[in-house]
Design a protein around this ligand. Structure first.
Ligand code: BG6
Ligand code: MG
Length: 220
C-alpha cells in the first residue's frame, strides 16, 4: 500500500486560489494590466516571483521594472493576500478533506504538504488542520519550484519514504508535472483538460476518499 500522501494546499485542501487571484488582479490593475479569470490557471502552483513575471509578460511589461520594484510588488500583493486569508476558518476546508486526513491517520499513512505558498503554515492553522501534517516543505529553501519535482521529492525525503511509495495530490498543471517527474503517483483534482497528464483525475474533493486512493493504487 502507499505509505504517504503528499498534498498541495491551494485548490486541494482549501480554495485560496481566488484570494491569490484577487490580490494579483489588484496589483496588476495598478500597473495597467488587466487579468481575466482564465489567466489564473497560469498562476496556480507557481511561486510568487514566477507569478509576477508571468503577469508582467502578459501585460508586455517584462523588462520595465528594477529588481527592487519587483520585490515591492511581491510584498504589496502578499500584504493584500494576508488580509484575505485572515478570514480563512475551518468552514473553508474543501469537502471530504478532513475525513480523508482522519482515515489516513488511522491507517498509519504519513501526511505531507508540498505547497509553493510561504503562507501555507498560517493557512493550515486557520483551517485547524496543522497538526495532521507529519511534514511541511519550506518552499523558500527550494532551488526550483513547481513544475520542478524538487518540492515533492523533498517531502518524501523529509518523511524518509521513497517516491514510488507515495501519492501526490494536485489541482494545478504545474503541480501534476512536478509529481510525475518525482515518480510518485499523481492524482489531479479538477478539470480533465488541464490535468490530463495526471495518472488519475477526480472532479472534486468529495470523490477523494481513502477507499478511492486504495482503488487507484491497487489498479496502477
Ligand atoms: C501556490 C499558489 O500554492 O502558492 C500560487 O497556487 C501562489 O498561486 C504560490 O503564487 C505562492 O504563494 P505565496 O503565498 O507564497 O505567495
Ligand atoms: Mg494548488
Amino acid at each position: 500500500m502507499f505509505q504517504t500522501i503528499i498534498f498541495d494546499l491551494d485548490g486541494v485542501i482549501t480554495d485560496t486560489a481566488n484570494f491569490h487571484f484577487k490580490a494579483w488582479q489588484s496589483l496588476a490593475e495598478k500597473l495597467g494590466v488587466y487579468l481575466t479569470e482564465d489567466f489564473n490557471e497560469h498562476l496556480k502552483g507557481v511561486d510568487r516571483t514566477e507569478s509576477l513575471s508571468r503577469i508582467l509578460s502578459h501585460g508586455g511589461l517584462k523588462h520595465s521594472f528594477s529588481k527592487e520594484e519587483l520585490i515591492t510588488f511581491e510584498e504589496e500583493k502578499n500584504n493584500l493576500y494576508i488580509t484575505l486569508i485572515d478570514q480563512v476558518s475551518p468552514e473553508n476546508i474543501l469537502p471530504g478533506i478532513e475525513q480523508l486526513l482522519n482515515d489516513l491517520r488511522s491507517n498509519n499513512v504519513k501526511i505531507g504538504l508540498a505547497s509553493a505558498s510561504r503562507n501555507a503554515p498560517k493557512i493550515l492553522q486557520n483551517l485547524g488542520l496543522y497538526d495532521y501534517f507529519d511534514t511541511i516543505v519550506d518552499p523558500s529553501k527550494l532551488k526550483k519550484g513547481k513544475p520542478a519535482p524538487e518540492i515533492f521529492e523533498t517531502a518524501c525525503q523529509q518523511l524518509n519514504i521513497h517516491p514510488k511509495d507515495a501519492i501526490g495530490i494536485e489541482d494545478a498543471y504545474s503541480g501534476i508535472q512536478a509529481i510525475n517527474d518525482s515518480k510518485m503517483l499523481s492524482v489531479g483534482i479538477g478539470d480533465l483538460n488541464i490535468l490530463k497528464d495526471a495518472d488519475y483525475i477526480l472532479n472534486n474533493t468529495c470523490l477523494l476518499t481513502f477507499d478511492k486512493l486504495l482503488e487507484i493504487w491497487n489498479n496502477k
